[in-house]
Design a protein around this ligand. Structure first.
Ligand SMILES: Cc1cc2nc3c(=O)[nH]c(=O)nc-3n(C[C@H](O)[C@H](O)[C@H](O)COP(=O)(O)OP(=O)(O)OC[C@H]3O[C@@H](n4cnc5c(N)ncnc54)[C@H](O)[C@@H]3O)c2cc1C
Length: 404
């Protein structure tokens, strides 16, 4: 497989980098201090076609391969971990519509995000259901012409600023639980929808909300995909969204590394720049190695999204991806003494990056999957393809049965 970016992808990378340097870097700090969603930057990015670059052209997207989403997300988050990732996360509700929405839904809702009119969201997590999606309690009861929904969702990115969200709710008591949930598209100005922003320690211009649904009526046509197939649709969504999250954290790590490198060149200690001390060189070299490894993973599994091989790389990559930001962040901190002052060069990406190991990735669970995969591989004791594919299938089945 060729891991080099092709000409079109290189041009895209350069264009996004130029945009991010000009439109994000100078304004990032002020958005952070105001704790505001960067609407203007989001709209400009949409105008240039950087939002939902993989979405179908007929609804305003660019219809490009998923690897281009990785390129855009990496460059936006590299420029600024807070503003860049907020802009890259504007499309969270879109994949569910792209794959499972009907024509009408795509035309109305997808287009609104791709044209920069609104962000989107997906509401899965509840106060008592995070990693364990099966435990959700939000219910959609069937009535004439639609459903009536009651429940609470929490930690929903873009939940109080978007015009619409994808909502996952229980639609049947059938066992096991994952066979009884469905996805809906909900407009946030409908009666019965209330969202309250949640304060965080980083990602200050991300909107993160608690959502209260009280007798919210959803029309029949707003069911997304098939009734009671929501869990399967969600797994498809996660396959893509975890690549997006990986790309965002990769961009943050690159940004942290570059800032740390600059700082090490400028700051002097014991009569010479920090970078001339060997111990500092070790730290920077370790950071760079981790980043290059994560880059390969992000590009590999975005290119191989629909291959079985993707499963193996994907499962292995999740915790590595989360780790790279931690390592990058910590090493950046070690490089300087003023580390507790926000906006003191390399620290800020670290403060933002802590979150990345929480949402979408569920680090502890990914680690369990990794270990299982390696163990199964060793039993076969064969580096060739078939045992690894079997191992990946077993892990996937176990994961569906036990972990989600
Ligand atoms: C800033 C932010 C944005 C978010 N955005 C969204 C969003 O847009 N939409 C949405 O639906 N959700 C969102 N989330 C929620 C996020 O997806 C959940 O926080 C995540 O799934 C983990 O769930 P939890 O916090 O309930 O932790 P829990 O599931 O309660 O887990 C607690 C701890 O136990 C570990 N653990 C759980 N089960 C196991 C196990 N079987 N074995 C070993 N360890 C285990 C977990 O890894 C974790 O460390 C967001 C969260 C944050 C903080």
């Amino acid at each position: 497989m060729n891991f080099e970016l092709n000409e079109e992808q290189r041009l895209l990378k350069n264009a996004v980098r130029e945009f991010a340097e000009k439109e994000i870097v100078p304004y990032a700090r002020s958005y952070d201090e105001k704790k505001e969603y960067p609407w203007e930057i989001f709209r400009k990015a949409a105008k240039l076609g950087f939002i939902g670059i993989d979405m179908p052209e007929e609804y305003g997207g660019a219809g490009m391969e998923y690897v281009n989403v990785v390129i855009v997300a990496e460059e936006l988050s590299r420029a600024d971990s807070n503003v860049g990732s907020a802009v890259a996360s504007s499309v969270l509700g879109c994949p569910m519509l792209k794959y499972f929405g009907n024509e009408e839904q795509k035309e109305k809702y997808l287009r609104s995000v791709l044209e920069g009119k609104t962000t989107s969201a997906i509401a899965i997590t509840e106060p008592d259901a995070g990693s364990d999606v099966n435990a959700i309690k939000t219910r959609a009861e069937k009535v004439d012409d639609g459903w009536v929904v009651n429940g609470t969702k929490t930690f929903i990115t873009n939940g109080s600023i978007s015009d619409w969200i994808i909502l996952i709710a229980k639609t049947s008591d059938i066992k096991p639980d994952y066979k009884g949930m469905s996805a809906f598209v909900v407009e946030t100005d409908w009666e019965g929808y209330e969202a309250k922003p949640i304060q965080k320690m980083g990602l200050n211009c991300h909107d993160t909300a608690e959502i209260f649904l009280k007798n919210l009526f959803i029309p029949e046509n707003n069911l997304v995909g098939k009734l009671n197939a929501g869990f399967y649709q969600l797994m498809h969504f996660f396959n893509e969204s975890r690549i997006l999250v990986g790309a965002i954290q990769l961009g943050m790590a690159i940004g942290a590394y570059e800032r740390a490198l600059d700082y090490a060149k400028q700051r002097k200690a014991f009569g010479k720049p920090l970078i001339e001390h060997q111990a500092i060189q070790f730290k920077l070299a370790d950071m760079w190695t981790e980043i290059e490894a994560a880059k390969l993973l992000a590009i590999t599994f975005s290119l191989t999204f629909f291959n079985l091989q993707f499963l193996i790389e994907y499962i292995n990559s999740i915790s590595s991806g989360a780790r790279v930001v931690f390592i990058g962040g910590w090493k950046a901190i070690v490089l300087q003494e003023l580390f507790y002052v926000l906006w003191c060069i390399p620290i800020y990406p670290f403060a933002c990056s802590i979150i990345i190991s929480i949402y979408d990735s569920r680090k502890d669970l990914s680690k369990l999957e990794n270990k299982l995969l390696v163990a199964i591989g060793l039993i076969f004791f064969n580096p060739f393809v078939v045992p690894w594919i079997l191992a990946a299938i077993i892990v996937l089945l176990l994961r569906i049965k036990w972990m989600i």
